[in-house]
Design a protein around this ligand. Sequence first.
Ligand code: ZN
Ligand code: ZN
Length: 353
Amino acid sequence: MNISILKSQLALGEAALLLSEENTRYFTSFPSTNAALLVTKDTALYWTDSRYLEEAQRTVTGCDDVLELKTLKDSVAPAVVSCGAKSLLLEGARITVKRYETLRALFPSCTVDADRLDTLVDHIRAVKTDEEVAAVTRAQRIAETALRGLLPEIRPGAVERELQLMLDVAMLRGGAEALSFDTILISGSNTSKPHGVPTDKKIARGDFVTIDFGAVVRGYHSDMTRTFAVGEVSDKMKQVYDTVLAAQTAGLAALFPGKTGKEIDTVSRDVIAQAGFGECFGHGLGHGVGVEIHENPVLNQRSDWVLQQGHIVTVEPGIYLPGEFGVRIEDMALITPDGCRSLTDFEKDLIIL
Ligand code: ZN
Ligand code: ZN
């Protein structure tokens, strides 16, 4: 249980108060938009409001008690005092300034730390259990199946937003509880914007179509990108596609426990730079995926995260030529003792539809 890992990493006298939707769900497996989780070395208490309470009492795991949340002052503060906390750890990266000030005022005799908990939780969350890997993999299978079903619909005259809608519905029908994020389905010159938004534009012969999307299963996200050609490709389109594919393949091959996020990013970035497109790859190479679509470890030039077994990361280089077109290819991979195992099962050689 992930909550016991957090317990084991807390010192005597420390109490961690988690309030964010993603972290309270992560540690209890229960989704609530209004919950509090108090964890010390030897106890864990959970509160949520009356809308969720009955279901929470039935399903929350790993906690000593599941209680009704009225206000933090009335419900949670007495428990913090009675557990004898000297130091209160807060999710500094996830709470508002206002909430931070309120909590500090509630516990004048505690030192309040808004850094340590984020680091602890980020590291615990980065390493996935078999169950978490299974949920991400299931989400990915749903996304792939939806994409396969969409391919015959991607043809000249089809509208970006209509195709996006078809893909979204197919994922939800296929068992996704939600979409990982607003699906990106863009074509032609729109593909030069890495996070372009689908429009009423019709697909035309000679377009690239880039689709970046994912499904959610049991709170866990998937993430993949493919770029397809419609009808025909120019030599330049082919050259850019092959370069991105080479960079993506090299990045995946470089994944290994002990490597840093920066080292992996550099491997892919060098392939793109050597082909003369160094200026056209502005974003980082990849990111962790879990109960949030973007989490640690990140793969970019600023990342000193050291990869370890159980991390799940995306590898998603791209080349974007403003006014012309762009290409991105993205897979998810699980770090294993001897490298990585791709969680994506969808061909990457250029498909001309
Ligand atoms: Zn993506
Ligand atoms: Zn991604």
